[in-house]
Each structure stands twice: as structure tokens, then as C-alpha cells.
Design a protein around this ligand. Structure first.
Ligand code: 5GP
Ligand code: MG
Ligand code: MG
Length: 179
């Protein structure tokens, strides 16, 4: 698995440090608001679990799965809800936890859905951001790291469902997906 990684971009220690900073900031900003924290599966699952441990205000969690890339490295542009939330969002303050924002299509669709359902507010925290690849006008409210235009894996992020268990984030060698 490690042999398929060209470069490690962020080590486990660097990521954990950043997640702690994000958690501290969110704890301050969400004081008294009891947010519903939504993990966008599957990629955000590790970020979500590390992040909520660093948020000190009362909160609820839920999970949502949307289709994005399948086994390709480019967005299909088609977003579909695979698994919906268990709880209503009407009147709730939502914190969406995303692994990475690329084109922005997934997130803009999700925000629309939650707003249509009557969420009181929708805030986005993304661990990684690739602003150079955006096709819709959208910025996360909180971001961990800005990435170059490279396909990355690890810390929850996959290629063809593999590599999610790497504790760091790295760039895949092109030969892996140019087969
Ligand atoms: P978007 O809709 O913003 O184009 O893509 C969002 C989703 O595509 C992300 O939440 C993530 O699951 C996946 N994605 C985008 N860029 C990458 C990447 O560099 N590596 C991996 N593994 N997934 C990515
Ligand atoms: Mg995602
Ligand atoms: Mg994926």
C-alpha cells in the first residue's frame, strides 16, 4: 500500500494538530448552539471522529452518503443521496463535515438540500480544499489545508475504496490509476 504513494503531503501528526485547531475554533463559534454535525460518508469518517473529540460544546451527529467519484478520479457531476439522515434538520444548526472540496458540486448540492429542508444555518468544515478545481462558487467556512491539483488518498480518502486506512495523506503514483 505504502509503495503506491508518491509523496506524503501531510503526516498524521500534522493532520491531528490541524484538527485540534479546527475543533477549538468550532467550540468557540458553536457555543450555546447544539449543532447537528453531519459526516459526509465515506471519506470524512476519520476526520469526523477526530474532529468531534475536539469540539467541547453539546452536539448531535448523523451521517449522510452521497455518490461522487466511483472508481474514477474525476467528478461525474451527478450527485445522488445513497444514505439519508436519520433526523429532521428543520430549525437545526448544521455543521457539514467534508473530507475534501474539489469541484464543489457535492457540497453545493448538499447545502441546497439542507436549506430546502429548513435548516436554521448550514456551516461547512472541510479538511482539504482544492480551490483551483472549483466549478461552482463555494468556499468552506472552515478549512484545514489547501491542496494543489493532485489526487490524494489516506486519512479516510480512497481510490477505488482502497487506501482509506493510511493515517497520513499522500499523492498516489499515477501508474495506480493509469492501468
Ligand atoms: P466535488 O463534488 O467537490 O468535486 O468532490 C467531492 C468529493 O470527491 C470529495 O468529498 C471526495 O470524496 C472526492 N474527492 C475529491 N477530490 C479527491 C481527491 O483528491 N482524492 C480522493 N480520494 N477523493 C477526492
Ligand atoms: Mg466527501
Ligand atoms: Mg471516493
Amino acid at each position: 500500500m505504502q509503495n503506491d504513494i508518491k509523496d506524503v503531503l501531510y503526516s498524521e501528526e500534522q493532520i491531528i494538530q490541524k484538527v485540534k485547531e479546527l475543533g477549538a475554533q468550532l467550540s468557540t463559534d458553536f457555543e450555546g448552539r447544539n449543532p447537528l454535525v453531519i459526516c459526509v460518508l465515506k471519506g470524512a469518517f476519520i476526520f469526523m471522529s477526530d474532529l468531534v473529540k475536539n469540539i467541547t460544546v453539546p452536539l448531535e451527529i448523523d451521517f449522510m452518503a452521497v455518490s461522487s467519484y466511483g472508481a474514477s478520479t474525476k467528478s461525474s457531476g451527478v450527485v445522488k443521496i445513497i444514505k439519508d439522515l436519520d433526523v429532521p434538520v428543520e430549525g437545526r444548526e448544521i455543521l457539514i463535515v467534508e473530507d475534501i472540496i474539489d469541484s464543489g458540486l457535492t457540497l453545493s448540492y448538499l447545502i441546497d438540500v439542507l436549506e430546502h429542508r429548513g435548516a436554521k444555518s448550514v456551516t461547512v468544515v472541510a479538511l482539504f480544499d482544492k480551490p483551483a478545481r472549483r466549478t461552482v462558487d463555494l468556499q468552506p467556512d472552515y478549512r484545514g489545508f489547501t491542496l494543489p491539483d493532485e489526487f490524494v488518498v489516506g486519512y479516510g480518502l480512497d481510490y477505488a475504496e482502497q487506501y482509506r486506512n493510511l493515517p497520513y495523506v499522500g499523492i498516489l503514483k499515477p501508474h495506480v490509476y493509469e492501468k
